[in-house]
Design a protein around this ligand. Structure first.
Ligand SMILES: C[S@@+](CC[C@H](N)C(=O)[O-])C[C@H]1O[C@@H](n2cnc3c(N)ncnc32)[C@H](O)[C@@H]1O
Length: 260
């Protein structure tokens, strides 16, 4: 639990710094009344949001109770399963979910519940990251090498399992639920720069465990694989480092039509 908390705290810094320090990109009103964070984790995003909008009532909901007790007066946490039928009796001006892509079984249903529980003209925003890395300056050979590295690091045989880009899928689901003004904003972060920038944050690179990284390669996975001599592993890792693997973070937000 402690390690998971630390990892989520580091990821909070990754996401907010990637999006220029903003907690959200949806153009919500300066005086939102009610804000909901789905799968709030450690609650750090909620705390910063409650401080930024002292006039709003902020609610964070999660399956697990690992949020702090000392929080701003306008923030409360609830333990619940967001895949069940929602029972809040007042709608929200803004609903947010971050880094939840792999945890929800039925996204279209969840997004419909967001729509039904959002005020007309309100906003919903999903922030996440791609599960594959890209080469900083893309080329077929570089991409191939990075995918091979990822496949070994994650112990996956079928590389197509890694090719998950959910940003446009979120947009389609949101469109299907009835949202309008849907925007996708992406940021590509080179992992080595990320590591360097955030050293002061206690080694975010290894803390976040973004499937390991070029300076923290999963060397054993390669060494155990048949046909890899140790000199070859070193050369491969050097190549990967030169490819500057990067991770893509995205945010997808949309608005419930006014008077819907
Ligand atoms: C990867 S963490 C992300 C936490 C947080 N959103 C953040 O950005 O730091 C996913 C969180 O979603 C919660 N979660 C997963 N499924 C859930 C569900 N069905 N209902 C409520 N919370 C859920 C987990 O307990 C976990 O805290």
């Amino acid at each position: 639990m402690k390690a998971e908390k630390k990892r989520l705290e580091s990821l909070h810094i990754v996401f907010t710094s990637a999006f220029d320090g903003y907690l959200h990109l949806a153009p919500i009103d300066w005086s939102p009344q009610r804000v909901l964070d789905i799968g709030c984790g450690t609650g750090t995003w909620c705390i910063e949001m409650a401080d930024s909008y002292p006039g709003a009532e902020v609610i964070g909901v999660d399956l697990k109770a690992f949020q702090p007790f000392l929080v701003p007066p306008n923030l409360s946490f609830e333990i619940d399963d967001v895949e069940e039928e929602w029972t809040w009796n007042r709608s929200f001006d803004y609903i947010h979910a971050r880094y939840m892509a792999g945890t929800i079984c039925d996204w279209p249903r969840l997004i419909r519940q967001c729509f039904d529980n959002c005020i007309s003209g309100g906003w919903v925003e999903f922030q996440d990251m791609d599960s594959i890395y890209v080469a900083h300056e893309a080329s077929v050979s570089k991409e191939g090498r990075i995918l091979q590295w990822l496949a070994y690091s994650c112990n996956i045989n079928d590389l197509s399992e890694l090719a998950i880009h959910l940003d446009s899928t979120f947009a389609q689901w949101m469109h299907g639920a009835g949202f309008i003004n849907i925007h996708i904003v992406k940021r590509v972060l080179p992992l080595d720069v990320l590591a360097e920038d955030l050293k002061s944050e206690g080694g975010l690179y290894s803390e976040t465990q973004l499937h390991g990284g070029p300076s923290d390669m999963n060397r054993e996975s390669f060494e155990d694989a048949p046909g890899w001599a140790s000199g070859q592993v070193d050369a491969f890792i050097d190549d990967i480092r030169r490819d500057h693997p990067s991770v893509t973070l995205y945010t997808v937000y949309g608005q419930k039509p006014i008077h819907e």
